[in-house]
Design a protein around this ligand. Structure first.
Ligand code: ASP
Ligand code: MG
Length: 404
């Protein structure tokens, strides 16, 4: 089997909660295995939930080998317990020893990285942070066997980057070469290739694509392999039209244009890393955002088939927007900005202003910006304004025009 565009290799990315426990690994593996019956599959995996924070906490300390001895040992024990437990739950007995061995080997490497004198703060952070994804990738590869397919962790980091250690820039050409060298041969053998997300390889060693960067890993690898589809699997049903923690009646958006998704992600919609859509739009890949824990729900489709929808599609809140507002006490007050994304009109602006006035939410500025229609309000009224504008301006998706 040759991996060509016609083979339509699929990339599936699982976020931290989707691999947060043994049961979650099994679920994720079952989803990947089912997809792999139809076409070649590459899985991109995040670290188990909470692990990256833990690792970065340890990276923050200096590299004094003595001072770090106890700390790195404690870190090792925590991670060992969590991953070995997941292996016991998700990996078949015949493969357990092998997967455990790999995980223990990685943990040795991690302890080394924590103790080693740093070349620089950022190099150290990246060199430690990458272990979260390396560990979970091993467990997921092991779990795939139980789900009925053979999975292997790709032997070398496929994503080439520049030398920035954090939020590194991807080198698309070099990445394409590496994907064909290290991923394609596995797919040709019918193996599910498992790639640690978030991890890059720069000229000076391991780099990361920034927090939440596994999403970007997925679309970067999809583009390199000529995929037409990437699935981003998380613990929510798809992309909602507002942050559900702030807006209880936030609603799922069944579809989005690249432009809408890119803008929303750029404004902090947590579900997608802000650069995720660039490779997707460039290569016209469809991105489906779906729930690992409700795999039968359709989720959100982001594709070249969709033009921008009508009216306001979704709203985002930016806190602490710098703006000089003289206060009575001479201090500067903090402001917040609600951004209404989509194709807002003058009528939306007028309606928004009327509603803010009626609700006695003081606005400092309102108007059109490149991201959409913006309303700047006092910092402590941002959430109220967000809920109000969401409730009145967002138009439900009743069938967006498809691009011919
Ligand atoms: N594990 C990394 C993070 O927590 C990357 C990711 O999950 O996408 O930021
Ligand atoms: Mg994420």
């Amino acid at each position: 089997m040759k991996v060509q565009e016609s083979e339509n290799p699929l990339v599936i990315k699982f976020g931290g909660t989707s691999v947060g426990s043994g049961a979650a690994f099994s679920r994720a593996a079952a989803i990947a295995a089912e997809a792999a019956r139809e076409r070649p599959v590459t899985v991109v995996v995040s670290a188990m939930s909470g692990v990256t924070n833990l690792l970065l906490g340890h990276a923050a300390g200096g590299a004094d080998p003595n001072a770090n001895g106890a700390a790195s040992q404690a870190l090792r024990e925590t991670l060992e317990e969590r991953h070995l437990q997941a292996i016991r739950e998700a990996v078949v007995p015949e493969r357990r020893a092998e997967v455990e061995g790999r995980v223990l080997g990685l943990l040795d490497g991690l302890v080394e990285a924590v103790r080693r004198p740093a070349e620089g703060v950022k190099a150290r952070r990246a060199g430690i942070a990458v272990f979260g994804e390396r560990l979970s990738a091993e467990v997921l590869a092991g779990a795939l066997v139980k789900a009925g397919v053979w999975g292997e962790v790709v032997g070398a980091d496929p994503i080439a980057t520049d030398r920035r250690f954090d939020e590194a820039e991807v080198d698309a050409q070099e990445t394409r070469k590496r994907c064909f060298r290290y991923i394609a041969p596995l797919l040709e053998r019918g193996v599910v290739a498992v790639v640690p997300g978030f991890v890059g390889l720069g000229p000076d060693g391991p780099t990361t694509l920034g927090r939440g960067g596994s999403d970007l890993s997925a679309t970067v690898i999809g583009r390199a392999l000529g995929s037409s589809e990437v699935w981003i699997m998380s613990d929510v049903n798809g992309v909602l039209d507002a942050d559900p923690r702030l807006v209880p009646d936030a609603t799922l958006m069944p579809r989005l244009s690249y432009h809408e998704a890119h803008t929303f992600a750029g404004l902090g919609a947590k579900i997608l890393h802000h650069k995720t859509m660039e490779p997707a739009a460039g290569a016209r890949m469809t991105v489906r955002v779906r729930n690992t824990f409700a795999p039968d729900t359709p989720g959100t489709r982001i594709s070249a088939d969709f033009a921008d929808g009508n009216g306001v599609r979704c709203v985002a809140l930016r806190r602490k927007v710098p703006m000089e507002i003289p206060c009575a006490n001479g201090r500067r007050s903090e402001t917040a900005m609600v951004v209404c994304i989509g194709s807002p009109s003058e009528a939306d602006l007028k309606l928004g202003l009327r509603l803010l006035r009626k609700a006695k939410i003081r606005f400092l500025h309102a108007g059109f910006a490149s991201a959409g229609l913006v309303f700047v309000v006092n910092g402590d009224q941002g959430e109220d304004a967000l809920r109000l504008l969401h409730g009145s301006l967002v138009t439900a998706d009743t069938g967006v025009e498809e691009v011919a």
